[in-house]
Design a protein around this ligand. Structure first.
Ligand code: S3P
Length: 170
């Protein structure tokens, strides 16, 4: 089976969709942020806070490489910035993957970001900064194989069904 790689902005629902998809397909799932936390003993937010974004990006690329080369997880949830980096997209392209962009409205992403508190997402400290990043990143997200529009909180099951039908060609 092809690997499925889920991308999208912070708060787009990557972890939830990836988890539900993996349960549905009865396969293992890897959440890159969680994996980084396990490998480094620090969360992405802490790494960015302590060592800066560039240091985090290097760690993120190594973790992604390990996930693709060493893990048997068939579903991978990326961090919000992972797919926007060309080197990471090239890595993913070297493996057979279906890349899925959860194109969640900014309003929904922001509601979730704001709810999760200031310390979790240092790259989206306020609505204006988050909005500018959201707009800037759309061009990269558009390079994913499949785009799923999401505007509500209860669309996980629908997203899973759409990914499944893409996989089976239905
Ligand atoms: C980031 C998103 C975060 C995390 C890090 C950087 C980004 O993941 O990887 O804070 O650049 O958008 P989530 O998308 O899971 O919040």
């Amino acid at each position: 089976m092809k690997r499925i790689v889920i991308t999208g902005f912070m708060g787009s629902g990557k972890t939830s969709v990836a988890g539900a998809l993996a349960r549905r397909l009865k396969c293992a799932m890897l959440d890159l942020d969680f994996d980084i936390t396990k490998r480094e003993g620090r969360s992405p937010a802490n790494i960015i806070g302590d060592d800066g974004e560039s240091a985090f990006r290097r760690i993120e690329t190594s973790a992604l490489r390990a996930a693709l080369e060493e893990s048997d997880a068939k579903v991978i949830a990326l961090g919000g910035g992972t797919w926007t980096i060309q080197e990471n997209r090239e890595l993913i392209a070297r493996h057979e993957c279906l890349t899925v962009w959860l194109d969640t409205t900014f309003e929904l992403c922001w509601r979730r970001i704001a709810r999760s508190g200031d310390s979790i997402r240092p790259l989206a400290p306020d609505m204006g900064t988050a909005r500018a990043l959201y707009d800037r990143r759309r061009a990269s997200y558009q390079l994913a194989n499949l785009r799923l529009e999401i505007s509500g909180d209860d669309e996980t099951a629908q997203a899973v069904a759409q990914i499944e039908s893409e996989l089976t060609g239905a």
